[in-house]
Design a protein around this ligand. Sequence first.
Ligand SMILES: C[S@@+](CC[C@H](N)C(=O)[O-])C[C@H]1O[C@@H](n2cnc3c(N)ncnc32)[C@H](O)[C@@H]1O
Length: 329
Amino acid sequence: MFGYNWDRIDWERLQRLRSLFLDPSSIDGPYWRDDNDLLAYDLTFAARIGWKWDAVLLELKRREWQPPSTRIYDWGCGTGIATRRLLAAFPDHPWKSVTLWDHSPLATDFARKRIEETHPGIDCRIQPPERIDPDSIVLVSHALGEASEEDLRILWEQAVTARSVIVVEPGTYDSSRAVIVVRESLRKHFQVVAPCTHRNACGLLIEENVRHWCHHFGQPPGEVFMDGNWSRFARTLEIDLRSLPYSFIALDKRAPQERVDESRFLGRPRLYKGYCRILSCQSSGVHEYELQKRSDKNLWKTLKKDRHSGLFHWEMEGDRIVSGREIGA
Ligand SMILES: C[S@@+](CC[C@H](N)C(=O)[O-])C[C@H]1O[C@@H](n2cnc3c(N)ncnc32)[C@H](O)[C@@H]1O
């Protein structure tokens, strides 16, 4: 079944899924109808989500994070892309088990088969969140917006015993705000690994920052832009392939390396003639800073190219950045 490819894709299935994802309030229970829905999703939407996970896991590696457990718990697993990207990012880690949960049995069954196909040595089971192994790494990917408050309450109540929690969501205003709610409710039980460089209350929660959201951009693999199937996907579903926004939070019971004076860049710079404005998060809060092009031409170029680690040390004069050093490039 996993020999599925673009020749067999049913575009109407993808359009139906896209409409549901654009309006999660229209979702009323499990929406996967059969394996063909899951196969079409896995080849397309899940691949894009996988690139976001790759960006998150790269950032975690830059921050010297290593999996603190050999057990994964993937909630709202869909086709299991979050687990598969984590397994792929740490291939030498002695992974022992993957536990999957989704309110669609079609999804859990699909994800289990998909993971067993590439990792036959890993014990793969299906269990609701009431039975999360206390020392697991809990993953949640693109599922917060679809779940009821009660389901999430049960999930987070159980997840406090985990070693680590990683949540990756679409990068919209609402999904970022939902991730912040998770951060704030779990931060008394965990240390904050990323994207934040501090463990204080989230700086976006103050009135002045109500219009902002915490999001970042991943990079699709270059070949996608030369692939006629992906262009058809982009055209048919009206998705801009160059833009891969996501929001995330990574929590861990272990204290991360101290990041005093480091700032995390949020979103993209707003470029004007000769200067730009940057939304920057650090222990003092989230602030909008100005950078004059002439102050630091290299930094300007880095930001314009939009390829950077997201972590910077700023030299400031008031609210102006006079120079910046990228950390962990
Ligand atoms: C957009 S899909 C994302 C799937 C996968 N995590 C990924 O990143 O590709 C959302 C998934 O969450 C599942 N889901 C939604 N509400 C749920 C709930 N209350 N309990 C368990 N799973 C849920 C859906 O069935 C679906 O598989």
